[in-house]
Write a protein of this length. Structure first.
Length: 223
């Protein structure tokens, strides 16, 4: 009578063979889940690696720089970011060009540097910076930083078109550092000029009187 009882336990799945079979059935789904988890982690890591590879090195401020203060190499650090759309951040390759320029506003430590944060470099020996307010007709509409201009002391009285910018007594030759269009008064601008020291009195006097014109000088020196 003992033998049939043993057979019954084996067939019913309650013996050692039945326990092993049930364990294998339970371990199958767990193994699949483990494989899927590992694959998912590998995919997430790969995506993160690809995104990191798309990040571009840009300049950031390592310590606070006050408005008007010179930006030095010690004030700059390189960070990698991933930016979308149109941005004006300064690439790390421009670090040497940025150092030595002034800050147009206070730049907190840790902030990213944009092109609008960089002002003009201080004038060299024998030069000075002067800002002049000009109206439509007193400067070329396509005037841009880097242009060389003749500064003209224009005669008093109304002048329109190119006559104001193209006539008058020479007050000096200058290089345009910055052109700021005045949004509240269309057609007007404030132009920052780098001029020789000996021409500064004439240029400043013409600007103060509002009788000033800027005429672009073509490469080679001809107007």
């Amino acid at each position: 009578m003992a033998a049939p009882a043993q057979v019954t336990r084996a067939v019913g799945g309650r013996g050692p063979a039945g326990v092993a079979l049930q364990a294998r059935r339970r371990s199958g789904p767990l193994a699949v889940a483990g494989v899927l988890l590992v694959a998912g982690c590998a995919l997430a890591f790969a995506l993160a690696w690809l995104r990191a590879g798309d990040r571009a090195p840009v300049l950031a401020i390592s310590r606070t720089v006050a408005a008007g203060q010179l930006i030095t190499a010690d004030d700059l650090t390189v960070v990698r970011i991933s930016a979308q759309g149109q941005v004006t951040l300064v690439p790390a390759s421009q670090e040497a060009a940025v150092a030595g320029h002034t800050a147009t506003a206070t730049l907190p430590a840790g902030s990213l540097l944009s092109s609008g944060d960089i002002g003009a470099a201080p004038p060299g020996a024998g030069q000075a910076l002067v800002g002049v307010a000009v109206k439509a007709g007193q400067f070329p509409p396509d005037l841009a930083a880097g242009d060389t201009v003749d500064v003209l002391a224009t005669p008093a009285g109304p002048a329109t078109g190119d006559s104001a910018a193209g006539s008058g007594l020479p007050a000096g030759r200058a290089v345009v550092v910055l052109v700021s269009q005045q949004q509240d008064t269309p057609g007007t601008a404030v132009v920052e000029l780098r001029v020789p020291q000996d021409a500064l009195p004439q240029v400043a006097a013409a600007a103060a009187a509002g009788q000033i014109g800027l005429a672009t000088v073509a490469p080679g020196g001809a107007q």
